[in-house]
Design a protein around this ligand. Structure first.
Ligand code: FAD
Length: 484
């Protein structure tokens, strides 16, 4: 540790103390550390954090603040232009080193490059690190030297690199910042409530009941998942069971890094089922890596289809249909269950994300960006790379996407993946008394069955907003036309 040197650690979406390379770098190179977070949504291009993300961020900052205090430090919160704020903090704290962990969204990359150049020009040492990914996007390319567009070869190569990834580092035990060293920064810290991240109308009770944002919550969730990870292969497609890790928001906010997940899961039983589950789970983390690879190399894909033929597609612009989808009032129970789970908890099971996205983009012929924007506002794990990949994959217009003619049938999907209909009954209680056969397609149920279950279609539960067969044919015709 070099003495009398102050480092500024600029926290962004790496809201943890363990395995945080920027923090460790500062710890190794300075005797005093000033941890800061600057809220500047204007600098995130057209994707500033949505309402659910802001809720998460509020609680995550609270958690980070208290972890820092436990180590003798204090988080400095600021609001406003990042470069100007950094410069002011450097001046008042006397810092000579500024360090952070990298982000991969186009607007953040542009901003960070600008800041790095400006601070280096000012004469300060600036160092950025990788906290968020197993393998950074520019380190992998195919035999032609080009970025990957197909997942399987991407992951085949990426997997060979996993063994070289260093073991995660523990959190520093003590962190002295200029304030605790008796050298105030002279700058007023903004208080968390001033950032106004929480909703004015309290719609967030479902989020609070389902999640504990912050590093401690992340580690608990990882521990819980690692106890059950051997069933991942068996249960991961079942929205009715807690079969997946639910680590996505923790990963997005960097309260946990993928290196920590891999290290934790390597310990454990070595049955064939466990091995298989582990390989499948790693592959899902691989999809996250692939999504970041794509967004880095093809930054336009946050708003433009990867496959340019889809620019020709004429989407429908029916706000009534979009609203019905958003509110979980489509008349398709598995879709409505998913949309209501999303609204209530800020999360939706991956299988159901594909089903609802397919209905919106194919049967309702609504632009995938409208779905992506709704997810962006309502998901606690809203992530530009993963969300863009997920929507383009389902709409069929992305890299390595589902073929355009693949249209999920919500009835068959519900029968297959919600075998006891527990998921639908949980989220669409208006239909709970219908027998298994009819609850997936209430419009087809005999009148006496509906009456016995006290279901009045059009009153207690909507009739389908679109006919599956006709809309499927119309979507196929429209998609086929883009290929001619
Ligand atoms: P697990 O199955 O436990 O997987 C572990 C981790 O791997 C996840 O936390 C996630 O980080 C990553 N992962 C898993 N599946 C995928 C995938 N298909 N693509 C990229 N990464 C994946 N994921 C987000 O994190 N943010 C989003 O905004 C997002 N939007 C999506 C939109 C659509 C239309 C679709 C189809 C998928 C989207 N996904 C998104 C991917 C996936 O649905 C979620 O990552 C997953 O459901 C999170 O739950 P989990 O943590 O329990 O997943």
């Amino acid at each position: 540790m070099s003495s009398h040197r102050t480092a500024l650690v600029w926290f962004r979406r790496d809201l943890r103390l363990a395995d945080n390379p920027a923090l460790l770098f500062a710890h190794a190179n300075a005797s005093r550390i000033l941890p800061i977070f600057i809220y500047s949504p204007e600098e995130e291009g057209s994707w500033p954090p949505g309402a659910a993300s802001r809720w998460w961020l509020h609680h995550s900052l609270l958690s980070l603040s208290s972890s820092l205090e436990q180590r003798g430090s204090r988080l400095v919160l600021q609001r406003g232009d990042t470069l100007a704020t950094l410069r002011a903090l450097i001046k008042t704290s006397g810092a000579t080193l500024v360090t952070w962990n990298r982000l991969y969204e186009p607007a953040s990359i542009a901003r960070d490059k600008r800041i790095k150049a400006a601070l280096a020009e000012d004469g300060f040492e600036v160092a950025s690190h990788n906290a968020a990914l197993l393998i950074e996007p520019w380190t992998l390319h195919n035999a032609q030297g080009q970025p990957y567009r197909v997942f399987t070869p991407f992951w085949r190569l990426a997997e060979t690199r996993l063994s070289a990834i260093p073991a995660p580092a523990p959190a520093p035990k003590r962190l002295d910042n200029p304030d605790t060293a008796g050298q105030g920064t002279g700058m007023r810290t903004v208080c968390l409530n001033e950032l106004e991240l929480l909703p004015r109308i309290a719609w967030d009770t479902g989020l609070a009941a389902n999640w504990t944002p912050g590093e401690a919550g992340a580690l608990r969730q990882l521990q819980q998942f690692s106890n059950a990870a051997s069933d991942y292969e068996l249960l991961r497609n079942r929205p009715d069971r807690p079969g997946t890790s639910r680590l996505s928001p923790y990963l997005h906010f960097g309260e946990l890094g993928p290196r920590q997940i891999l290290a934790q899961l390597q310990i454990g039983g070595a049955t064939a089922a466990a091995e298989n589950s582990l390989a499948t789970f790693r592959r899902e983390l691989g999809w996250r890596e692939f999504a970041h690879h794509l967004l880095f190399h093809f930054p336009q894909t946050a708003e433009q289809p990867m496959d340019p033929r889809f620019n020709e597609l004429r989407w429908r612009d029916d706000t009534g249909l979009l609203r019905a989808w958003q509110l979980g009032q489509t008349g398709y129970p598995i879709v409505d269950a998913g949309m209501r789970e999303l609204w209530h908890t800020g999360w939706m099971h991956n299988r159901v994300r594909m089903i609802v996205a397919s209905l919106l983009t194919k049967n309702l012929q609504t632009h995938w960006l409208k779905g992506a924007r709704w997810f962006w506002d309502t998901l606690v794990d809203a992530d530009l790379a993963n969300n863009s990949l997920g929507w383009q994959w389902t709409a069929g217009c992305g890299a390595d996407a589902a073929p355009y003619y693949r249209i999920f049938n919500p009835v068959l999907q519900a029968e297959k993946f919600d075998p006891q209909r527990t998921y639908i009954r949980r989220w669409v209680p208006q239909l709970a008394a219908l027998p298994d056969k009819w609850i997936v397609q209430p419009w087809a149920a005999p009148a006496e069955v509906l009456a016995a279950a006290k279901v009045e279609l059009g009153k207690t539960y909507p009739l389908p907003i679109v006919d599956l067969k006709h809309s499927r044919a119309a979507a196929l015709a429209a998609y086929t036309a883009t290929r001619e």
